[in-house]
Ligand binder design. Structure first.
Ligand code: ZN
Length: 409
């Protein structure tokens, strides 16, 4: 068996685990060291560090302090890695921990985080998903079952000081363009809830004051939330600091393209078995600025879809110029409206789009003035026929429990 280099106790606070951190900074000390060619296991908390519970209330989703996330395992130092190299990471396997065979999905309140459709779903809601081997079902969403395309939502290497300074400068400048926006345009460094790993004293204070928040994906990868970056994938990461400093967390049992619900996919605690290699000088040799990856040879096999189109005309009928964000939102809203005809609440339909192996495609970006985006809903995840036909939709026979909702206080 490969060695487990980082273990987590899900009953303990992630702040008490020195091999966990929740900011990006070059001075975060390596939690452990490996050599090129090594394979090893890292355990991870869920991205909230256990704040969201397996129950039938959405109060935790409403009340979470989002300055605490994401709790990441690492950084792992790789001997011989230098700036300009590529770190090659094989995701050999990923799984849930035996004492945590469940995950959660939710929508943040518009006042605390929001999400892709926050104007339509302004209150906190939650669904809990149980794992049955490679499959999942939810007591809050009847008549769907699907296989997990399990993946880390967040993985990447430490930035160097120059890159960190660039991130902070551009994001702080961006926030200044509309500082009172709800939800905010971005989140600046925030020392109070920083977890700086094994750092102490002045080093810990510097990391806390400057450390980049973990929500956005950036040049190093990070929180990309790519559902196809699943077990069996091979990723090529740019290296910026000696030792690379690879960190991982935010595991997802399954996710729809876009992770539109934001809290989040089907979020879980678990473990990642991986192997690392180096390509010396690989960034310049291959012209690589952002990570590249190869997909898994094994993926769940869904080959029939109902595909919803959306164009860049918003809910108020306003024309937008080739705006893919507006177009994808319309495709999602069209799919939600359709699913309600079968008895799902709008929240249940939204949660299905955030959790199931839904595909999102940018279909056209040149046909002025409208971009076209498509939302691919896999029909085989439903235990009834969800296709249109002449006799009209049949309501679900087992409506079940709806998703709990918590209004803002
Ligand atoms: Zn996530």
């Amino acid at each position: 068996m490969p060695e487990t280099l980082i273990t987590v106790d899900l009953k303990a606070s992630p702040y008490d685990n020195p091999k966990i951190h929740n900011r990006w900074h070059p001075d975060i000390p390596m939690a452990c060291w490996v050599k090129p060619g090594d394979d090893f296991v890292l355990e991870t908390f869920d991205w909230t560090g256990g704040f969201i519970k397996n129950n039938d209330s959405a109060d935790d989703v409403r009340d979470i302090d989002l300055s605490t996330v994401h709790f990441l395992s690492g950084p792992v130092g790789v001997k011989g890695a230098e700036p300009g190299d590529l770190l090659v990471v094989d995701l050999l396997d990923i799984g849930a921990k035996d004492d945590s065979l469940w995950g959660f999905n939710g929508f943040f309140s518009k006042q605390n985080g929001g999400g892709f459709l926050t104007d339509h779903f302004p209150s906190a809601q939650k669904s809990i998903w149980d794992f049955h081997g490679m499959f999942t079902t939810s007591r809050h969403i009847p008549n769907v079952k699907f296989a997990g395309l399990i993946h880390p939502g967040l993985i990447g290497c430490l930035p160097d000081q120059k890159m960190l300074d660039m991130w902070n400068e551009r994001e702080i400048d961006f926030i200044a363009t509309d500082p009172d926006r709800v939800p905010p345009l971005a989140n600046p460094p925030f020392a109070k809830t920083a977890h700086t790993g094994q750092a102490t004293g002045d080093v810990a204070a510097k990391i806390a004051a400057e450390g980049a928040r973990t929500v956005p994906p950036r040049e190093h990868g990070g929180n990309c939330d790519i559902k196809d970056l699943s077990r069996g994938s091979k990723i090529y990461f740019p290296v910026y600091v000696d030792g690379a400093g690879l960190s991982v967390g935010d595991l997802h049992f399954s996710q729809g393209d876009g992770e539109i619900t934001f809290c989040g996919a089907i979020e879980m605690a678990g473990w990642v078995h991986m192997k690392v290699e180096l390509i010396k000088g690989g960034m310049a040799k291959y012209g690589i600025k952002n990570p590249v990856f190869k997909p898994s040879p094994i993926t769940p096999h869904y080959n029939d879809y109902l595909i919803f189109e959306g164009i860049s005309v918003d809910e108020q009928g306003k024309q937008h110029y080739l705006d893919v964000n507006v177009a994808y939102r319309q495709a999602c809203l069209n799919a939600i409206e359709y699913m309600t005809k079968f008895g799902y609440s709008r929240a249940q339909a939204y949660s299905i789009l955030g959790t199931a192996p839904v595909q999102g495609h940018i279909s056209g970006v040149v046909d002025i003035p409208n971009a076209c985006a498509t939302l691919w809903l896999p029909t085989q995840i439903f235990d009834f026929d969800i296709n249109p036909n002449a006799s009209g939709p049949t309501k679900l026979v087992t409506p079940g429990m709806d998703m709990p909702l918590s209004l803002d206080l």
